[in-house]
Design a protein. Structure first.
Length: 349
């Protein structure tokens, strides 16, 4: 089972390349839907920084994947009138990997380090002086003749994005001037994102309910909502084109195993393991992961946040537990087949 292939996976897949097209990614703060508090904080920080001709403060964004962290980094650069450079924690193995980018950056440029919780300790220590005093140290020559040379950088903004703020060292976290947790989006906000995307993709909805239906199944995540839109568009095209009807949207998503709440086979397998094997819990994440044959980190990043959000799952000191809301998921609920399928192997993602 490879989770990034799930239709509702919030992780980017190759089909999402299209989403990086400048047309679909909002480029200005006022085009960015939702996250009102973050937008307010950023617009003040950006304006203040511009007034002082300084870079914006270092920003730490955390929250589940697909909620707009990368988009925000590009927007900050755009609003500051500077450029954004993008790298990720696992891509950086030693401090020297960053030298090229850091020394090339111009005043006010933005450096986005995605998955910053996976930054090796050596790189982390390397970026402390870069963040605090805009300088880095090079070691020239080796052994007895080693010399440390300090290089001054142009003042820049580091944006760290992470799905696991808890894994960041306190030392690193404290070096960010602003830290913000991104929230899941409301169905209404996702509806607005769909309206904008549909316009750009030259798509029409036959009924507003068709748009609502996709928004409601996108588990609060813009990346999923745009991906579902593409699947529905393909389905509608193959079925003869024309505006997207409720029927086409719901058939297309049912075909992909996405139910009315946006739960997919992996979510349902997770719930079923907890319900059937662990008697509704509490059970440890590692145990659930082992039973499912999934990676615990993947479950924690892409399955659990949404189940917690919709109140089906509770995380207690003893482990994960299903809430009483699960008993309301009877046969009339599209999530009902949950209890009729037979075991985790039915998951086809
Ligand atoms: P993350 O970095 O958190 O994984 P991204 O910034 O890559 O997420 O966003 C995923 C996709 O969702 C992108 O195509 C982006 O354009 C879109 N998106 C995210 N947030 C918004 C938003 N608030 N409004 C419109 N589109 C959004």
């Amino acid at each position: 089972m490879s989770s990034p292939d799930r239709l509702v996976s919030p992780l980017a897949d190759s089909g999402d390349v299209a989403e990086t097209s400048p047309a679909l990614r909002p480029t200005r703060l006022d085009e960015f839907v939702g996250q009102a508090q973050l937008k307010a904080r950023l617009s003040i920080a950006i304006e203040a920084a511009k007034g002082r001709t300084e870079p914006m403060e270092h920003l730490l964004l955390h929250g589940p994947p697909g909620l707009g962290k990368t988009t925000i980094a590009h927007i900050v650069a755009e609003e500051m009138g500077t450029r954004a450079y993008v790298t990720s924690g696992p891509a950086l193995t030693k401090g020297a990997d960053l030298v090229g980018t850091l020394t090339r950056m111009q005043p006010g440029d933005v450096l986005l380090i995605d998955e910053i919780h996976r930054l090796p300790a050596a790189v982390e220590e390397y970026i402390y002086p870069a963040m605090e005093d805009f300088k880095i140290d090079f070691t020239l020559d080796g052994g007895m003749h080693a010399r440390v040379v300090t290089y001054r950088l142009k003042p820049f903004t580091l944006i760290g994005a992470t799905t696991r703020a808890g894994l960041l060292t306190a030392a690193l976290r404290s070096r960010f001037g602003i830290a913000h947790r991104l929230e899941f989006y409301s169905t209404e906000e996702l509806g607005q994102i769909l309206t904008r995307a549909a316009k750009q993709l030259d798509l029409q909805f036959a009924e507003d309910e068709a748009r609502q239906l996709i928004a409601a199944r996108s588990r609060g995540t813009p990346r999923i909502c745009l991906r579902l839109l593409r699947r529905v568009r393909d389905f509608a095209e193959v079925r003869g084109g024309g505006p997207i009807t409720v029927e086409a949207a719901s058939e297309a998503l049912a075909l992909e195993g996405v139910d009315a709440q946006g739960l997919d086979p992996l979510d349902r397998a997770y719930i079923r393991v907890l319900a059937d094997v662990y008697d509704n819990g509490p059970a440890g994440l590692e145990a659930i992961a082992a039973t499912l044959g999934e990676d615990a980190g993947t479950l924690e990043d892409v399955v659990e946040p949404f189940l917690l959000q919709i109140g089906l799952l509770a995380r207690t000191r003893q482990g994960r537990r299903l809430t009483s809301a699960i008993t309301e998921m009877d046969g009339t609920n599209p999530a009902g087949p949950l209890f009729e399928e037979s075991g985790p192997s039915t998951s086809d993602s």
